[in-house]
Design a protein around this ligand. Structure first.
Ligand code: UD1
Length: 419
């Protein structure tokens, strides 16, 4: 099994180009099932989750041509699609559940495996399912599968999500786009990836309107059109490299990023004493010796993203005192802590809060990656230690970071993949 070897202590200098957003590309790819017109998607990240989604779509009968050179795909579906999304593919990635909405909308039935994904909590799909019932869907769960049918097709309704959920909001936006009549979705998640999905669907001919900060009005349509669409940049990848620059006292230009959708991350890093300059599609970041302690919590957008919690915690370990971070999205998202502590960190967990001692010098160690963002936090810690670290189970990392070794090596890091 592949491992990463990291020898730290180099200041990272130069520029890193940000890839397309994995979490925007996944629902957009799922939404292509709605259409049998020509669709070209650009700026897809070359990561395993995207490959898994493409395999899942192909297993349903989607006709997809991939152009790896320019990170794009061309899709032209026939009218016939298989409606069984098998365990083999959905187990690899929770976003597999996103094919449920488009299959129900287009074909009135679907059998979709209950999803897998990172082991960061129980991650149920009850919010998705309850909302689908409001659109006229009948379902039962048996043998690990959701068996869903909409005998009369989906019928528009008013749905208020009981809790903010990125995936449920996306699934319902996609499904309602072809439902009969009008749907009003309220208490929607408003992550930038959801805005990108809505932009994509509207360009494809759907009729979706924001009618309040967290409310959407969707008029079902059947007339979709050809389109070419470029996926937005990955804000979590950008945030990860910003933290890498801060940690190594480096100086990085993060290009192809969108600072407008990263206001909270930028505000927090500035509060920690990191120097940041912004241009339209570029973030320049300069790390120094004095990092200030901070207290914060993760929360849905526009709050601080849970997907950057593990990375920020590494920076907290270098601050001038005790920091605190409260994880409010997932109940089990501190699995990086025991590995960071093995590297010399002093982090204590109490319920959903982590108390992080500052002024830590990380020691290299042999480490085990446990989920996507936890894996990258171990790389960040290893980049600050002059001893060698070996990170096992890097397949987690490959789910969501394109060419991470190459991007980091290009700016001066010593990191390589070994067997
Ligand atoms: C998405 C992101 C993930 C990010 C998360 C929160 C993708 C592919 N993944 O995941 O990277 O960490 O948003 O920003 O975009 N919940 C329920 N019932 C449900 C659905 C969710 O209880 O039916 C709970 C979850 O367990 C979690 C919370 O709601 O505690 C938020 O989850 P959600 O926003 O749905 O996350 P995902 O869409 O799975």
């Amino acid at each position: 099994m592949e491992k990463l070897e990291v020898i730290g202590s180099n200041k990272l200098k130069g520029k890193i180009k940000i890839s397309g957003s994995k979490n925007a590309a996944l629902p957009i790819l799922a939404a292509t099932l709605l259409s049998d017109k020509k669709i070209s998607l650009f700026n897809l990240p070359k990561v395993n989750d995207i490959e898994t989604m493409i395999l899942l779509l192909k297993s349903l009968g989607s006709k997809i041509k991939i152009n790896k050179k320019i990170n794009s795909v061309y899709i032209k579906n026939s009218k016939k699609i298989n409606t069984l999304a098998s365990y083999n593919l959905v187990k690899k990635m929770r976003a597999g559940i996103l094919v449920l909405g488009p299959l129900l909308a287009k074909f009135g039935k679907a059998k979709v495996s209950l999803p897998g994904g990172c082991a960061i909590g129980t991650r149920p799909v009850d919010i998705h399912l309850k909302a689908f019932s409001k659109l006229g869907v009948k379902y039962k769960i048996s043998q690990g599968y959701i068996h869903a049918r909409a005998p009369k097709g989906l019928i528009g309704n008013s749905i208020k999500f009981k809790k903010l959920s990125v995936g449920a909001t996306e699934n319902l936006i996609i499904a309602s786009s072809l439902a009969k009549g009008k749907t009003l979705l309220s208490n929607c998640a408003i992550e930038p990836e959801i805005i990108d999905l809505v932009n994509f669907l509207n360009k494809m001919g759907c009729k979706i309107k924001w009618v309040g900060k967290r409310s959407l009005k969707i008029f079902g349509t059947k007339s979709l059109k050809d389109l070419k669409y470029k996926v937005m940049p990955d804000r979590i990848e950008a945030g990860t490299y910003m933290i890498a620059a801060a940690l190594t006292e480096g100086n990085l230009r993060i290009i192809n990023a969108d600072p407008k959708i990263m206001k909270k991350e930028i505000e927090i890093l500035k509060k920690m004493g990191i120097k940041i300059k912004l241009k339209d599609r570029e973030i320049s970041i300069k790390g120094g010796k004095n990092i200030k302690k901070i207290k914060l919590k993760t929360s849905p957008y526009p709050g601080f993203p849970t997907d950057l919690q593990a990375q920020l915690m590494v920076l907290m370990c270098k601050a001038d005192g005790k920091s605190e971070i409260k994880e409010t999205i997932f109940e089990n998202r501190f699995m990086h802590v025991s590995e960071l502590n093995r590297m010399g960190a002093k982090i204590k967990i109490l319920g959903n809060k982590a108390f992080v001692e500052g002024n830590i010098k990380f020691e290299g160690a042999e480490l085990m990656a446990t989920d996507l963002r936890a894996s990258v936090s171990l790389i960040l810690a290893a980049l600050t230690s002059n001893k060698k670290s070996i990170i096992n189970r890097v397949y987690h990392l490959d789910r969501g970071y394109e060419n991470i070794e190459k991007k980091l090596t290009n700016v001066g890091a010593k990191i390589k993949r070994i067997l």
